[in-house]
Design a protein around this ligand. Structure first.
Ligand code: AMP
Length: 327
């Protein structure tokens, strides 16, 4: 039986990209698996962003992510929801990987290469070694199913590469090779500016906010400047691409028809998308706001999750230390 693991950085409140791309599919997988899945809040990864993030917001975002998982129905009795920094074993494993992985290979990671182009002087070592810590997150628990968005595909490849190199060096199959789990239509959800929705670009749609703010976000989705009367392209449009992931098929077909016929404005389409989002996530939003008010419950869930994760991590690490002939 395979193990599932996924993480979300505590760099903000989970947006629609995180929800459709990772939270909903992960919960479906956890319900199918017999054994516990690992879901963690990547606060150590979030620290890499400390230049643009106020430090005190990382903890607050941890609560936001925890409440989001719970709002979408994650079963925390069966599964393990924990804060990355509570399981310090992961940083020890990351160090071992640092020592076995070629520097040159890591310079090819997109996360580093993209930042290097724009921001060379401001890059910290954490950003450079981000994929190593992610490999440790996964390989510590020998997880094989990793629900992620498209942006993480290369990091999963690096993780497989690390596992392979390590196994060869040690001469046994210490680590299993993980695989990314993603679906074509949700692996890269578009933000309001037509680019990939991301916390750092602030182009998100955040359902865990007031109706007014949510409406404002949806009303700011970029479109071309076709008038109300003109025919529109439903196949290359940010409103439509979100609408078809959220609305029932008959309403999607209906909107498609209206786009193709004309006499249907983007404003109406945005209003329809807003209504659909409000309807679709009514329960989850309600639950989220009630969980977020109950910090002591969230703390308890994270405490129990950390305890379970730490216990497993500790045993694994002991075995890895032995394999490395350190003890
Ligand atoms: P992050 O918020 O960057 O920590 O991302 C958490 C998870 O959500 C990762 O697996 C990302 O690949 C995924 N993700 C982030 N943004 C999107 C998006 N726009 N569409 C689909 N998945 C996403």
């Amino acid at each position: 039986m395979k193990t599932m693991l996924t993480g979300i950085q505590s760099t903000g409140t989970p947006h629609l990209g995180n929800i459709l791309g990772v939270i909903i599919p992960s919960i479906k997988i956890t319900n199918k698996l017999k054994n516990a899945s690992f879901l963690f809040i990547a606060d150590l990864h979030a620290l890499i962003q400390q230049k643009i993030l106020k430090l005190e917001t990382i903890k607050n975002n941890t609560y936001q992510i925890t409440a989001a998982w719970l709002a979408f129905g994650l079963n925390t009795k069966k599964n393990i929801l924990y804060r990355q920094s509570d399981v310090s074993e992961v940083t020890e494993l990351a160090w071992y990987f640092n020592c076995f992985f070629p520097y040159k290979r890591l310079t090819l990671a997109h996360s580093f290469k993209n930042e290097k182009k724009n921001n060379y002087k401001k890059i910290n070592v954490g950003l450079f070694t981000y994929p190593i810590l992610m490999a440790a997150d996964i390989l510590l628990y020998n997880a094989e199913i990793i629900p992620v968005g498209k942006d993480q595909l290369q990091h999963i490849e690096i993780t497989r590469n690390i596992a392979n190199r390590f196994n060869k060096k040690i001469g046994k199959k210490l680590f299993l090779l993980p695989k990314a789990f993603m679906k074509k239509d949700t692996m890269s959800i578009t933000g309001i500016d037509g680019k990939k929705m991301s916390k750092s670009k602030k182009n998100w749609i955040n359902i865990f906010t007031s109706d007014e703010i949510l409406k404002k976000q949806i009303m700011s989705i970029h479109t071309d400047n076709k008038s109300y009367y003109e025919k529109k392209n439903p196949y290359n449009d940010s409103i439509m691409s979100l609408y078809k992931l959220i609305a029932p098929i008959d309403r999607v077909e209906n909107m498609k028809k209206k786009y193709l016929q004309g006499k249907y404005g983007y404003l109406e389409a945005k209003k329809a998308l807003y209504e659909e989002i409000i309807k679709k996530f009514y329960v989850e939003r309600k639950k989220f706001f009630s969980f977020i008010e109950n910090k002591s419950l969230l703390d308890r869930i994270l405490f129990l999750g950390a305890k379970k994760a730490k216990d497993i991590a500790n045993k694994r690490l002991q075995y890895i230390r032995k394999s490395l002939k350190l003890i």
